[in-house]
Design a protein around this ligand. Structure first.
Ligand code: AMP
Length: 282
């Protein structure tokens, strides 16, 4: 595995691979790997000749009061995991290598970034789009692999790729979970044991909504109410940032379920802000 910190050097290597006829897969990450990241890497390893994994805790996607400094990091362990997954190029730039001091260009998809996580994280997706665009320009991957856990993120990236005619196939893989159903996240480590012991109720609430929808409930208000009641009872320390039902591609809020519908949420449990989602109807 080659380790790169310099964008130009990675760019030159990727160019050489493409010239040799190799296909490239890119997995963008912020590190502190869990099985969810590993599944993305394993998938990338299968579908392309060359696998590029980036590890960059991107400062521009963190708001002023968010956990940029505290974001968990373990470079030695992450490097070993990437190596184990047959990564060809592991790209770990410092912030200065990715952003010039007078960086002034941004990529935004405001229509899709205004709701859900964008409401409480107003600059988040601008930072995500910009850094992903930069990674695409450095690597020129054939495939870029994301997780469905960050549903809004993959929807926004897909729209960016379509709108800007980028030649990359976006793949979003299902969420990898703990045995009790909690979505794996680097931020799960912030939880105290008693918080962790109840956090799987996030998923159970979403499953309850899906069961109700499958049984014919179409009223978004009733579905939301049922989930919120369950959380109040079973996850009393949870502070709901949002619980919404939206059209999965446009992310527009739905009043009733008459076609594809996604229920998405963010819940603060202790110091962790946990997100999850479920398709109520495909
Ligand atoms: P992060 O390092 O948290 O920015 O995540 C890097 C990529 O891994 C993103 O595309 C995430 O959507 C994806 N990811 C994070 N957690 C999971 C999970 N539990 N299952 C599947 N993919 C995930």
């Amino acid at each position: 595995m080659q380790i790169f910190t310099n964008p130009q050097k990675l760019s030159a290597q990727c160019k050489a691979w493409r010239k040799a006829g190799d296909t490239l897969a890119l997995v963008p990450t912020m590190g502190y790997y869990h099985k969810g990241h590993e599944n993305l890497m394993a998938y990338g390893r299968k579908i392309a000749d060359r696998l590029v994994v980036s590890l960059f805790v991107n400062p521009t996607q963190f708001g002023p009061n968010e956990d940029l400094e505290a974001y968990p990091r373990d470079m030695a362990r992450d490097t070993a995991i990437a190596e184990r997954h047959g990564v060809d190029a592991f790209f770990c730039p410092g912030p200065d290598a990715m952003y010039e001091t007078n960086h002034a260009t941004w990529v935004e998809v405001p229509e899709l970034a205004k709701g859900l996580c964008g409401k409480s994280r107003p600059i988040h997706f601008r930072g995500v789009c910009t850094v992903v665009m930069k990674l695409f320009q450095i690597v020129h991957p054939d495939f870029a692999i994301f997780g469905q856990k960050d549903w809004q993120q993959q929807a926004i990236i897909r729209r960016m790729v379509r709108d800007l005619n980028l030649d990359v196939k976006i793949i979003a893989l299902p969420t990898t979970r703990e045995e009790d159903g909690l979505a794996l996240s680097s931020r799960n480590v912030y939880m105290l044991p008693e918080e962790r012991a109840r956090a799987h109720w996030i998923r159970l609430g979403l499953l309850q909504a899906r069961a109700m929808a499958a049984a014919g409930e179409k009223d978004v208000g009733k579905l939301r109410k049922a989930v919120l009641e369950t959380w109040t009872k079973e996850l009393p320390m949870g502070e709901v940032d949002y619980l919404a039902i939206v059209e999965p591609e446009s992310l527009e809020p739905l009043a009733s379920i008459n076609g594809p519908a996604l229920m998405a949420c963010a819940v603060r449990v202790g110091k962790s802000r946990l997100i999850d989602n479920i398709l109520l109807q495909e």
